[in-house]
Design a protein around this ligand. Structure first.
Ligand code: NAD
Length: 264
């Protein structure tokens, strides 16, 4: 078969609904022949996740709260029992109390700082501790980040600090796991209207600003993130690790408002 993901088994973490970036990636992988497992945060999401998993030919769904190490252990035990090995993992998970995704970063509470770092940063490392053991033939891991890690973006606040730490952890994980043929990368996605994004203050304004000023003069879709993920998850990306790939219509290269950009 010429399908890019034929014979590969992968875990998709962070599917909440059909707007999720995880869904764009899952569809792209399934179209290229991957066999998929899904983990979802809790029971209230199963009614959304189940029909989506079925659409891509999967009946392998496991609840997992990444803030709970026993829950992570149980997830990877199920994967080991059913598959024995794992070829790729997609971590499309982030969380912060939305009351702190507005106002000033300096006002971040210690509780929300710790929780945001735990769920949005440490969870990827915790996943890789467990995935490493199942990636017996090498593998590829992908997480999702945002430009707010590199530059100050309105309201991103503690999530910007968390994404900076997540991007650094991608580089350390790439070094640790590279000897076993496991690649670790991130996609820095442009703004996309999802459940998580709707928690960010003035998100519509930020979307519009990106659309008016990105080199491609538009935002990006879940499907486009999915296509780019295929490069990193398949053998097309076999020499790329520790990388943060921007899939943002070029927004990250822009230094100031475009001369032809309309006022918002
Ligand atoms: P989403 O709301 O569809 O997905 C976020 C997922 O995180 C949900 O499935 C949620 O259940 C899961 N999650 C949160 N806390 C969890 C926990 N404790 N245990 C298990 N799962 C948990 O939104 P999305 O925009 O698709 O977000 C996916 C990733 O993409 C996030 O890391 C986000 O920061 C990143 N990202 C999003 C954008 C954007 O504009 N939407 C841009 C760049 C990066």
């Amino acid at each position: 078969s010429t399908q890019l993901m034929a014979g590969k088994r992968g875990l998709i973490m962070g599917l909440a609904n059909d707007k999720s970036i995880a869904w764009g990636i899952a569809k792209a992988c399934a179209e290229q022949g991957a066999e998929l497992a899904f983990s979802y945060q809790g029971d209230q999401l199963l009614k959304r996740v189940k029909p989506l998993a079925e659409q891509v030919g999967s009946d392998f769904m496991v609840p997992c709260d990444v803030g709970d190490s026993a829950s992570l252990d149980a997830l990877f035990q199920e994967i080991e029992a059913r598959w024995g090995t794992l070829d790729f993992v997609v971590h499309a998970i982030g969380f912060s109390d939305k009351s702190e995704l507005r106002g000033r970063y300096v006002d971040t509470s210690p509780e929300n700082f710790r929780m945001s770092m735990d769920i949005s940063v440490y969870s990827f490392t915790a996943v890789m501790q467990r995935a490493e053991k199942l990636m017996k033939n090498g593998g590829s891991a992908l997480t999702l980040t945002y430009y707010g890690a590199e530059k100050v973006m309105p309201h991103y606040n503690v999530m910007g600090v968390a994404k900076a730490a997540l991007e650094a952890s991608v580089r350390y994980l790439a070094e640790d796991l590279g000897k076993d043929g496991i690649r670790v990368n991130a996609i820095s996605a442009g703004t996309i209207k999802t459940l998580a994004a709707s928690g960010i203050g003035d998100f519509r304004y930020i979307m519009k600003w990106n659309e008016n000023n990105a080199p491609l003069r538009r935002t990006v879709t879940q499907e486009e993130v999915g296509k780019s993920a295929l490069y990193l998850l398949s053998d097309l990306g076999s020499a790329t690790t520790g990388e943060v790939l921007h899939v943002d219509a070029g927004y990250h290269v822009v230094g100031m408002k475009a001369v032809d950009a309309p006022d918002i």
